[in-house]
Write a protein that binds this ligand. Sequence first.
Ligand code: AMP
Ligand code: GLY
Length: 428
Amino acid sequence: MKVLVVGAGAREHALAAALQADGRTDVVCAPGNPGIAREVRVVPLDAASPDAVLALAAAEQVDLTVIGPEAPLAAGVADRFTAAGRPLFGPTRAAAQIETSKAFAKRVMARHGVPTARALVCDGADAALAAVAAGTLGWPLVVKADGLAAGKGVVIADDRADAEAAVRAAMVDGVFGAAGARVVLEECLQGPELSYFVIASGTDYVACGSAQDHKRLLDGDHGPNTGGMGAFSPSVLLTPDLAAQIEREVVEPVLRGMAAEGTPFTGFLYCGLMLTAGGPKVIEFNCRFGDPEAQVVLPRLDEPLAPLLARAAAGQPLPATLRFRDDVTVGVVVAAGGYPGTLDTGHEIDGLDRVAADCPGVAVRFAGVAGRGDALVVNGGRVLTVVGQAADYAAAMRAAYDGVARVRFPGMQTRSDIGARALAGSRR
Ligand code: AMP
Ligand code: GLY
């Protein structure tokens, strides 16, 4: 089978590597990056253009196209493929709203009884400020821009002044552009977070792993929110009973509800959950795999990925369960200086050859890199993810950080505690 992976980050590198791992799948990644190109053929692409993606899939004569990030899905790439009769794994633009519109996701959850934070959807600044003043959702109050905001659209406001400032920033100053024209106000939930993934095809689905992300920049969950500074898999919070509860209370009603309402979901469904005293509740859905979660979940999958995604794309029945290896993974994100603010880019990345030579079994998944001669230079916020895989979390953490210790460039930022939470809560 020949598969086109669309995207340019470490998640797409992990997807391409997982697809290629069966030894029978020919993978091309577009636009990819010069780091991914060390392992997988990459070709240029304007991924935001559905016509361009379709033209590339036709020119490359691929059997399946897999979309990594949300933006091409929001632009309607799946709709374009359906119209042209070409197989693609990923949701339509309408179904992608489960991520691209928090108001849409809230409405689906409310109509189908999915446990989530109580919320108010506000279409104008006056309505939002009035709702803040009424204080019916309690304090702290979570203020979320409705649309895509690159992980920066959520403010946890301690008091009325903070909440009003967050509403004004989104709705009056327009700091998130059109994504902030509507806001969702939510009660603040308490509890640990976990990410639960399924491969969905309409109402059919199969569980595809769990992970715990570390969204804050600094150790101990301090500092600003980021796209994710590291993750481990599986989640140590997930028992078989909890997985069954998540599928019964979250996955099944959402997939059934979306199908019944004419927006059936096909693709990776990412359930971001908080384990509250009242049970698991949805914090967010994403219409794609997580990043860095893909880097830690996919290497544990013990099944050929391409035929599975092809079945889902074609609407053929999915297996009841997937086999995963017994070992665990820890993935540490290496970020550029300045991230998540103004980036310090252009520096050459040293030590990658030493990771390859000294750290067998450690994978490096590339994101914000550009090529300069034979070298790679920093060209984005999250530069790469170093993934350790071992029999237990302590060993996987050691492997990942052994790899990280060999990577060097000016301004480099990493957390030193990715995986520590797994050790504390480890059942292994
Ligand atoms: P999101 O972009 O929706 O994933 O939100 C980013 C982060 O904000 C989440 O990972 C949570 O840590 C936090 N968050 C979002 N919604 C809530 C909520 N209702 N209660 C508490 N924390 C939240
Ligand atoms: N790691 C969070 C995300 O992919 O949205």
